[in-house]
Design a binder for this molecule. Structure first.
Ligand code: FAD
Length: 446
C-alpha cells in the first residue's frame, strides 16, 4: 500500500482530521527517533483495533507513541505508523475503581480525580505530560509517590489491542460484563503489559484502585551522606509516599532530601508522623528544615505547592527541552545493592563533569522494597557527551544485581540476553504480535 492509499484507508477509519504527515521527530534526549509514515489519532479502542488490523493487512510497522519523553530510546518511528492515543480521554470512578482512557496526561488526570475525591498515587518526577498509557507501558517505578507502591500494585486491569488487532481486558474485566474491580481475574495478565514498551499491543484504558488523596506534610532537608538514609527506605514504610534524595552539580556539595509524610486519615496524624520521621532523618545525619503541611488548595490540585510536586507548570517541559536535552541512566535495585550502584553513577557524573557537561543530577527514589537510582544529565548544545560515553556505566551497572529502568534501545544487548525469561518473552511476542509489527527493535522483544 503506498502512502496515499494508506492515508485514505486510515482516514476512512478515524476521519481525515486525525491522520497527519509528520517531519522527523526527536525525543527528550534530542535523539532523532525517525519520521513516521503517518501519525494517527484514533477516538477509541475500537478505532485503535481497526487501525492495527489495517496495518497488519498492509504489513506496516506500528509504534505506539506518547509525549516522547522517555530517554532510553524506546521509540523507532522511521517507516512506522505512529499511533497516538491522546484522544482516548474517558473517565469513570465507580465501585472503588478508576477507569481512565490511556490518552490522559497524568497531571490533568490527577487534577480531575482530585475533583472526585481521588488522586493518581504515582507519576514520573516530571511536568505531567506523560500519558497514562505510556506510564503503564514503561511500568513507572521511578518518581513521585513510590512509597505508596509501584504502579503495578495500584492497577486492577488494562484494556489493550494486541498486534493481532484483538481487543482485550485483563483482570476481572476479562469476563465480559464484569468491571475491572480486581487485577487477578484469572492468571495475572495485567502484569504482561507493564513495562512492555509498546511491544505487545496498544494500551487503550487503564483501571486502578480509587484512593482518596492523603494528607501530606513535606519535610525538606540536606545531607552530606545519602547512604546513611538507605535503611530508612524500609524502616519508614507506610509513613511516606515520596522519599527523594538528589544532588545536582549545579547546586554545590550535599544532597537535597525531600520526604512527603502521609496519612490517609487526618492532617493531625500526618503532622504527628512528620515529627517522628524528622527525628529518624536527624539520626541519619539529615539537617531537617521546617515541615510544611500541604494546603487545602494543593489537595484540590491547584496551588504553587501542588505545582512544585510537578517541577513547575505543565508546559515547563517545553521550556526545559528548549534549553537542553536530557540523558538518563536509571536502574532499580534491591537496597543491598544501592551503595555500589550509587558509586557507579557518581563515577558517571564525574566523567560528565570532566567532559564539560553543564549539569548532572543524581536522583534516588526510595520505596519500601527497592530503590530507583538514576543519573540525569542536561546536555546543552555544543557540549560533548555522546551515547557511547555512557557505555562504561552501563557495563558496570550490568555487573551489579539490578534491573534496567527501562531497556528501550539504549541498554546493551547483554541486558536483554541475560533475561532468564527470554524464551517465554519470545513466545509471548509471537502470540500477541504474530507479524512482529509492534515497536520493532525494542529491548525485551528484539
Ligand atoms: C524531565 C524528565 C523527568 C523524567 N522523570 C521520570 C521519572 O521520574 N520517572 C519515570 O518513570 N520517567 C521519567 N521520565 C521519562 C518519561 O517521562 C516517562 O518514562 C514517561 O512515562 C514516558 O511517557 P511518554 O508519554 O513521554 O511516552 P513515550 O516516551 O512517548 O513512550 C514511552 C514508551 O511507551 C510506549 N507507549 C506509549 N503509549 C503507549 C500505549 N498507549 N500503548 C502501548 N505502549 C505505549 C512507547 O511505545 C514507548 O515504548 C522523565 C523524563 C523527563 C523529560
Amino acid at each position: 500500500m503506498d502512502g496515499a492509499a494508506l492515508t485514505a484507508a486510515l482516514a476512512d477509519l478515524v476521519g481525515a482530521d486525525h491522520v497527519a504527515d509528520s517531519p522527523p521527530l526527536t525525543d527528550s534526549t534530542g535523539r532523532n527517533v525517525g519520521r513516521p509514515l503517518r501519525v494517527v489519532r484514533p477516538a477509541d479502542a475500537a478505532e485503535v483495533a481497526d487501525v492495527v488490523r489495517l496495518c497488519r493487512e498492509a504489513r506496516v510497522p506500528i509504534a505506539p507513541v506518547g509525549a516522547r519523553t522517555a530517554y532510553w530510546s524506546p521509540l523507532a518511528l522511521d517507516g512506522a505508523l505512529a499511533i497516538d492515543v491522546g484522544r482516548l480521554l474517558s473517565l469513570t470512578v465507580e465501585d472503588g475503581v478508576v477507569q481512565a482512557g490511556a490518552g490522559w496526561a497524568v497531571r490533568p488526570l490527577d487534577q480531575a480525580l482530585r475533583q472526585r475525591g481521588a488522586h493518581l498515587p504515582l507519576h514520573p518526577d516530571a511536568f505531567g505530560k506523560t500519558q497514562l498509557g505510556s506510564m503503564v507501558a514503561t511500568a513507572c517505578t521511578s518518581g513521585i509517590g513510590m512509597g505508596s507502591g509501584s504502579l503495578g500494585s495500584h492497577l486492577t486491569g488494562v484494556e489493550w489491542v494486541t498486534g493481532a488487532g484483538t481487543r482485550l481486558w485483563t483482570g476481572a474485566a476479562d469476563r465480559p460484563g464484569v468491571p475491572p474491580f480486581l487485577r487477578e481475574g484469572g492468571p495475572d495478565l495485567t502484569g504482561l503489559v507493564l513495562g512492555s514498551e509498546g511491544g505487545l499491543g496498544v494500551i487503550t484504558t487503564v483501571a486502578f484502585r480509587q484512593r482518596p488523596a492523603p494528607w501530606r506534610v513535606r519535610l525538606p532537608g540536606r545531607t552530606a551522606d545519602p547512604r546513611r538514609c538507605f535503611p530508612l527506605g524500609l524502616a519508614l514504610a507506610g509513613a511516606y509516599d515520596t522519599f527523594r534524595l538528589q544532588r545536582s552539580t549545579r547546586s554545590g556539595p550535599g544532597w537535597a532530601v525531600d520526604v512527603w509524610v502521609v496519612s490517609a486519615f487526618s492532617p493531625r496524624e500526618a503532622a504527628e508522623r512528620a515529627v517522628e520521621v524528622a527525628r529518624r532523618l536527624g539520626e541519619a545525619g539529615v539537617t531537617v528544615g521546617a515541615p510544611a503541611a500541604e494546603t487545602a488548595a494543593a489537595r484540590a490540585g491547584r496551588s504553587p505547592d501542588y505545582d512544585d510536586r510537578w517541577n513547575g507548570p505543565l508546559d515547563g517541559l517545553g521550556d526545559f527541552l528548549a534549553r537542553a536535552s536530557l540523558r538518563g541512566v536509571d536502574v532499580n535495585a534491591p537496597w543491598s545493592a544501592a551503595s555500589p550502584v550509587l558509586q557507579t553513577l557518581e563515577d558517571l557524573v564525574a566523567a560528565q563533569s570532566n567532559a564539560g557537561v553543564s549539569e548532572s543530577r543524581l536522583a534516588i527514589y526510595a520505596a519500601p522494597d527497592f530503590v530507583n537510582l538514576g543519573c540525569h544529565a542536561t546536555v546543552a548544545p555544543g557540549e560533548g557527551w555522546s551515547d557511547a560515553d555512557d557505555d562504561a556505566a552501563y557495563a558496570a551497572l550490568l555487573a551489579l544485581p539490578v534491573v534496567p529502568y527501562r531497556v528501550g534501545r539504549r541498554w546493551p544487548r547483554a541486558a536483554v540476553e541475560s533475561m532468564g525469561s527470554r524464551a517465554l518473552l519470545r513466545a509471548l511476542k509471537l502470540a500477541c504480535d504474530p507479524d512482529g509489527l509492534l515497536a520493532p527493535g525494542v529491548g525485551p522483544w528484539s
